[in-house]
Design a binder for this molecule. Structure first.
Ligand code: CUA
Ligand code: CA
Length: 646
């Protein structure tokens, strides 16, 4: 590694970025020489001070070893988005080992996602039965809350390309629902609420908020293409349980990331295009953009009071959260707090007090006090800009912020290729007048160009400040070369001490965006399905066999290692076969596969799981179906014949 090469690369990127930005007339990026903390990097110093540790263990600091020895388990789960791979990943922390990929929006050949009837019903199909969409871009993943921490029930993830929200059941770690959000494009940020804004008994997640990044004419029917006043974005509320879209709010400008308050009263999105620009340069013309706050209780009351419209064919109620319609604090549904030039990221502090927006094109973070925003809605704050309680200069290209639960914030600096650790209270005191204070505590070089960042439990009230993961968008020289396509680099950092300590590099397939990390005992997964989870389960070998209604044939099958029931069946050319397979093995880890040559069929059935596929018989022959998933000493013999007479 070596700090020298890192600095050289940063200088190169500074100049490259400055040229790119100035070319479109934006403000310069220079001027952040203030607050340069000690250079980070290297597992020296604090690493050596780590307690205990036998020889051969990679002790790096108070967090302990990143090495998870053979037979040991990781201490934390990480839920990762996958970017345009289109799914989610489960990562063990601190090892960085990938434990599972959970498909949702796009097909997955391993488990047969997108092939089985059950997965197609979740994904959505066209009239001809083919999948509506086969690509996706997953960015943000967040879990459901109860009393301010994760309850282990659900996680949600967005698809930016096709405007869909998927939900994962965390007990089986499968996708169980996908909702298409009407009338939006560039669906980017999501965040579940953490409790109800009105009913104190509802101390858990019941809504998921979704931000639209790309504004479009509404309705988007090919008209009003050059009239910016007709372009809008919607902020959408989805019901966490039913996954129905509850309501939408029409806004000026756009939404980027989304955050929610711990008291359930406020949701917000940072806005980089308050200019409502349709073209690149217009989106960077204003010196300050905004963080847009939504008063959830008021919006839902307005809908009850009938103050909603609809857009196009959608039946979803839409309220007016445009600036002009919400100037009076007594009735406003939303309010903008200004944030410098094209901000990225908005993150809630674990003490529930602040939202922090990153400047992106400004070397600053903006700290907004939530009580003051509520005071403005209550008519007790004359100027909403007074909700800004700090705006420290922290470095170039700030994007996302995480927390250690000890009052410190950690922000990724994309252009500096650093993480900067800064103290929130010190920044607030400095903003209040004590200019001699320096909120920056430490800087750490990361490799390279970090985007998202998250520390253990940092999005909950139990942020514990142990490990922090940094998602680096470029890995460059950190791994063996594998041709033009480089892996990305997720780095793990020990944040138990004053100085951040780089602990581990982990190559990842592009390109995860966001992640959450939490103690392993916050979720309890089930390793065996219940037979009754499927209404069409084949409950015993005696229930197997072929039934026919005209050309529609149902083949009921079961698997018990190392055989299928039945081991052969007959069908005819022209039949439409629905094959139902229940795995009657109830032993943990005893998964079978089912592949059928020439008919493009392959899927897995986990213990006591049932799946079905439907296909047309279009050619005669003997077709050996077989088990694809190693299950038994006689796994290779686990096969049978589908016979189609000529
Ligand atoms: Cu069953 Cu391999
Ligand atoms: Ca802007």
């Amino acid at each position: 590694m070596g700090a020298a090469s890192g600095l050289g690369r940063r200088r190169f990127l500074h100049s490259a970025a400055a040229v790119g930005v100035s070319a479109v007339g934006a403000m310069g990026l220079a001027g952040c020489n203030e607050n340069k903390g000690p250079a980070g990097g290297g597992a020296s110093g604090a690493g050596a001070a780590a307690s205990g540790g036998g020889s051969g263990e990679h002790k790096v600091g108070g967090a302990g070893s990143v090495e998870v020895k053979p037979g040991q388990l990781d201490t934390h789960y990480g839920l990762w988005s996958s970017g345009h791979t289109g799914d989610a990943r489960v990562i063990g922390i601190p090892s960085g080992r990938e434990l599972l990929r959970i498909p949702c929006f796009v097909p997955d050949a391993l488990i047969g996602w997108g092939l089985t009837n059950e997965s197609k019903a979740v994904m959505g199909t066209k009239a001809d039965g083919s999948l509506e969409y086969t690509v996706a871009d997953t960015h943000h993943i967040h879990a459901s809350y109860k009393d301010g921490i994760y309850d282990g029930k659900y996680a949600w993830i967005n698809d930016k390309i096709n405007a869909r929200l998927a939900r994962f059941r965390l007990d089986y770690m499968v996708c169980d629902k996908i909702t298409k959000i009407p009338n939006i494009q560039g669906f980017h940020g999501i965040f579940p609420d953490k409790r109800d804004p009105v009913d104190p008994a509802i101390n858990y997640t019941t809504r998921v908020f979704c931000g639209q990044e790309f504004h479009v004419p509404m309705p988007n029917k090919g008209k009003d293409l050059e009239d910016p006043t007709k372009y809008h974005c919607l902020f959408t509320c989805v019901d966490a349980e039913t996954m129905d879209v509850r309501w939408q709010a029409r806004i000026d400008g756009n939404c980027d990331l989304v955050a929610t308050s711990f008291d359930g009263k406020l949701a917000a999105s940072n806005q980089y295009n308050t200019e409502n620009g349709v073209h690149f340069a217009e989106m960077m013309s204003a010196e300050r953009d905004a963080c847009l706050f939504f008063n959830i209780a008021r919006i839902e009351q307005a809908i009850k009071d009938g103050k909603a419209t609809t857009i196009g064919d959608s039946k979803v109620p839409v309220v007016d959260c445009t600036v002009e319609a919400n100037k009076d604090p007594k009735t406003a549904l939303s309010v903008r707090v200004s944030v410098p030039k094209n901000p990225h990221g908005v993150n809630a502090t674990p003490d529930g007090k602040y939202f922090i927006c990153s400047g992106k094109l400004s070397p600053t973070a903006t700290v907004i006090e939530l009580q003051k925003v509520l005071d403005w809605f209550d008519g007790k704050l004359d100027d909403i800009e007074k909700a800004i309680v700090a705006e420290p200069e922290i470095g170039l290209g700030p994007l996302h912020t995480t927390f250690d639960g000890r009052g410190n914030a950690y922000t990724t600096l994309f252009l500096d290729s650093q993480v900067v650790k800064w103290n929130i209270d010190t920044a607030i005191k400095k903003h209040a007048g004590d200019k001699a204070l320096n909120p920056v505590v430490d800087r750490l070089d990361v490799m390279y160009q970090p985007g998202h960042i998250n520390a253990t439990q940092a999005e909950t009230i139990e942020a514990d400040g142990v490990w922090m993961a940094v998602g680096n968008k470029f890995s460059k020289d950190r791994f063996l070369p594998v041709g033009p396509m480089h892996p990305e680099n997720d780095q793990l950092v020990d944040i138990t001490g004053d100085k951040m300590i780089l602990a581990h590099d982990n190559a990842v397939r592009p390109e995860p965006h966001d992640f959450v990390i939490f103690k392993r005992d916050w979720i309890h997964t089930k390793q065996v399905y219940a037979l009754d989870d499927s209404p069409i389960a084949v409950k015993e070998p005696k229930a197997t066999g072929v039934t026919r209604e005209g050309k529609k044939v149902t083949v009921r099958m079961a698997s018990i290692a190392p055989t299928y029931y039945p081991i052969e069946f007959n069908v005819k050319v022209g039949d439409e076969v629905t094959l139902i397979l229940t795995n009657l093995d109830k032993v943990e880890d005893l998964t079978h596969g089912f592949a059928l040559p020439e008919y493009n069929v392959q899927f897995l059935v986990n213990p006591l799981e049932t799946k079905s596929v439907t296909f047309k018989i279009d050619k005669p022959g003997v077709f050996w179906f077989y088990c694809t998933n190693f299950c038994h000493a006689l796994h290779l013999e686990m096969r049978g014949r589908m016979i189609v007479e000529a």
